[in-house]
Design a protein around this ligand. Structure first.
Ligand code: SF4
Length: 285
């Protein structure tokens, strides 16, 4: 089978940076309990590898976060995810004398700083419950969520000046549609359009691959925002088969007998070894 890997593939710089930070902390604090407050990145294989090093994820919801943060003890180390977090969480740890580290991607941080400085109402376009959305909403009462899966209630916006910011890993096509809707209500709104390049280039590549490919496989976890967006874009082309898989075992369940040419893409949190395994398997068919 003819197989082509479309670059960029595997980890983006934000994910690499977060994993390196966690490994460095493990080395520096070999005897402390180290916790990830929410998944560092959305990839089960990476989280399993970290668990083998004794670094476990503490799951939380908006309602349970405070109780969970208060359960950490002096000597514990808490690491916040690469997607961002509510800044108020840090205050709780400081009050309790618990050491913490922030692995937030610099691109997400730029966006969060922009939101903090906005002198008016901010419409934040994102997915409800995603850590980046929660971090952005925590920036102030002037930040309103335009959930990508719901209609937005424009009557909430009272300020003369409206800023529009967005989650960094949304689909560029979905965002275009939502920006058009917002422009119709607020023609003078200031738009930032901060889809990170790591996501944007992958999306543009998958949207423009030639029709010679009769199969597209997107590799990554189903709870990874940028991965599912890649798959959504691929899936718009119904003339070929498109699959989202997280590992080689899932590829083995696909009937490949009718396929001759396959294009491989991955989300930004997918380890390279998983891509290599799938590549070698497909090449051998
Ligand atoms: S996908 Fe983009 S925003 Fe998210 S961690 Fe990677 S570089 Fe940062």
């Amino acid at each position: 089978m003819e197989v082509k890997i479309f670059e960029p593939i595997s980890f983006c710089f934000g994910v690499k940076r977060a994993i390196e930070l966690v490994n460095k902390i493990r080395e520096e604090y070999p005897y402390n309990n180290i916790y990830l407050f929410g998944e560092l990145i959305h990839n089960k294989s990476v989280m399993d590898d970290l668990a083998l090093k004794g670094i476990n994820v503490v799951e939380f919801s908006k309602n349970s976060a405070e109780v969970k943060l208060n359960s950490f003890k002096k000597g514990d180390i808490v690491i916040f995810s690469a997607h961002g977090h509510d800044k108020n969480y840090e205050e709780i740890l400081i009050k309790n004398g618990v050491k913490y580290f922030d692995s937030t991607c610099p691109i997400v941080k730029i966006n969060l700083n922009r939101i903090s400085k906005a002198n008016g109402d901010v419409i934040f376009v994102g997915k409800e419950g995603h850590p980046e959305t929660l971090a952005s909403l925590s920036k102030g009462k002037n930040v309103y969520l335009y959930d990508i899966n719901s209609k937005f209630d424009y009557s909430q916006i009272k300020s003369e000046q409206v800023y529009v910011m967005n989650q960094t890993t949304l689909s560029i096509f979905e965002l275009k549609r939502i920006f058009k809707d917002i422009k119709e209500h607020f023609p003078n709104a200031i738009f930032t359009d901060e889809i990170c390049n790591e996501s944007r280039i992958r999306q543009e590549n998958i949207a423009s691959i030639s029709d010679d490919y009769d199969l597209v496989i997107v590799i990554g976890d189903k709870n990874s925002s940028n991965t599912t967006k890649l798959f959504d874009i691929a899936n718009k082309n119904k003339n070929r088969k498109n699959y989202l898989v997280s590992n080689l075992d899932e590829v083995k369940t696909i009937d490949l007998s009718q396929h001759k040419k396959v294009a491989l893409f991955s989300g930004t949190s997918c380890p390279k070894y998983i891509i290599d395994e799938i590549f070698e398997y497909l090449r051998g068919i």
